[in-house]
Design a protein around this ligand. Sequence first.
Ligand code: ZN
Length: 342
Amino acid sequence: MKVFFDARQLGHAPTTYFRRGAAMPHQEQPQRAEILRDMLLANDFAITAPADNGLDPIKAVHNPDYVDFLPDAHARFVESAGPDALAIPTMHPGLRRGKEPKDIHGQLGWWMTDTSTPLTAGTWDAAYWSAQSAISAADAVAQDARASYALCRPPGHHAMRDCANGFCFFNNACIAAERLRKTYGKVALIDVDVHTGNGSLDILYARGDIFFVSLHPDPATYPTFYLGHADETGEGEGEGASLNILLEQGASQDDVLAALDRALEAIRGFGAEALVVSLGFDMAADDPLAAVQVYPEGFAEMARRLAALDLPTVLVQEGGYLGPSLADNARSFLTSFREATR
Ligand SMILES: [Zn+2]
């Protein structure tokens, strides 16, 4: 299995965001990637630095104006608000969005949905290289690798076509899926992070060539809210190509595996020729953001069932936070997937 990661992905260093009306320590820390990297090295995965494929593959799934806003946004914010202020939006457009303002504070609200994506000095490089890792992982599979893993951090599956959301800036999984479309006619993206792949749903909703399926608790009562309801099945050419499978909060490992089987059946029915997995480990029972109860053996079983699809597969890291079993869960999944795809 080819593995991609660039040390510049550690540069995004958010301290704080707001949740339930209070400032909270930010969960999406560089240490997550360090833990995963160290686990990979300890288990004989060779890590390759991604190639630089530039902005075109990112702009293929994101609004180019959003992409162009990000590189100097932190510097412009610091110039306006000072180095100690938190670079987050404090105002947002309504549904009649109007026009993008020129002021940095107005622009933050234009391009971000919430407070969870603070910009820091290293954010642009981190998000850029996280996306490049996903692109290189897709290219490896398109060439000859049976499977690849992009240690993407910051994660991506909440990022929508034209905004950052839920710790995410660029939708690495959609960027990988779009890249695979150069080689494969039909691609499936399955999201097994505990949260809705709301960004992926947004980007792929009218696409008939990329099937999207996500497992998550009911967005009526569980973040990130708004998108991911069972009746969202796609539109236009994408009608029938989106599938949201809802889990009970507190669902057991067996319940999750049964939901996974439903998703795999749908992917087979679609006739996918290649697969992208939005791979979160926050389905873990002891994850700080836990909502269901998956244990290391459950992650190994998920890996075996996904590998049994027998498709060229790109694994893209999403969530999974600083709980006690993060490394165990990742090792369990990735070594099982490697074993099953030798
Ligand atoms: Zn998540």
